[in-house]
Design a protein around this ligand. Sequence first.
Ligand code: 5AD
Ligand code: SF4
Length: 384
Amino acid sequence: MKKYYIQTFGCQSNKSDSERVAGDYEARGFIETKNWQDADEIVVNTCAIRQTAEDRARGFLYNVATYFQQQGKQKPKIILTGCMTHHGQEKLYEMMPMIDEILPINEVGFNSAVVRKDKKHAWVPISAGCNSFCTYCIVPYSRGREQSRPMEDILAEVEKLVKEGYSEITLLGQNVNSWGLEKEGIGLRKLMMRQERELSREEIPDNATQYEQPKGIPPFVQLLQEISKHDEIKVIRFITSNPWDFHDLLIDEIATNPKIDRFIHLPIQSGSNKVLYDMNRGYTKEHYRELVRKLREKIPDVVIGTDIIVGFPGETEEDFNETVEFAKEMNWKLGFVAQYSPRPGTASWRLYKDTIPQKEKKRRWEILDKIINKDNLSVRPHVV
Ligand code: 5AD
Ligand code: SF4
């Protein structure tokens, strides 16, 4: 029997996609091998969020190619998928000549067969892509426009999981709380807001954070309610939530639904309003503070984690100190602190110079990481 091996880099969405790629292989009669040296086909599921992530995938591919060359053995078929595919075929084959095939990310379907590693907890993708266009981020380019998976397909997958004995699920999407909203055009608000101002550095308008909220119960809350109807499902998690589209009714749902995990991943990215604006995050730190206040008031046992980028272009010492002060105030229990990495093609790459030296980025990273993760949760929840 032919053997496949999948090497996955990056976030949970990639891990979930890899489970679906594995499902496809097994449907075609392949079996998994734990050693890429024995594989007939190797899939490399790549991440492009930072340069270091791309470098890791390239490093892995070079190791593979060198090994087979040195052994004088026929190289297995190498298939590249994931977020690096946005570079386009020509560039990819030039960068990594050992690749035989490119599997476009959107061909890893939501509804294909899944081979899961865990028997109790399952990842369930609810959307793909992103419409938020944070200026530093490659995801809207690599994964394309936000697309919500239909409710009936999600519920069908949950039902199947229940039959298979699963009791914990994590709903996955770049922006779970905007699930189902893009049809109303709401998901594009951030982009339009930014384009209206031609990506200039203007003062943040007072209404920057006053997003239109959907009328009635937001679709994501309805989805949580539907999934919760299964007695067999005991724990529901979701990543990632963002400070926009975090409806009051979602807070109420978490507060009153004991199945929803108390850990909320809520990226801030910066504690400086100027930097937040340049990042096109579409909210201010005051808005974030108010959201956290509501969450903690209504859900007393809530645990909040975050993502922060240090060294974004133009981030002054003062901006950074604002983030440090905000970190102390927020008391996040977990924070993924990243050093800014310019991604070719994104707005920040086009508009701003990568001005902060590497050493300074590292210094800022160390300070923040220490403050936020000093008494880290001993078991990291299911994020990143
Ligand atoms: N440079 C550094 N960090 C980034 N992230 C996204 N894009 C970049 C970039 N260009 C971080 C953000 C995001 C997390 C998944 O990765 O903090 O929330
Ligand atoms: Fe990237 Fe922003 Fe979309 Fe998150 S919300 S994937 S940071 S563009």
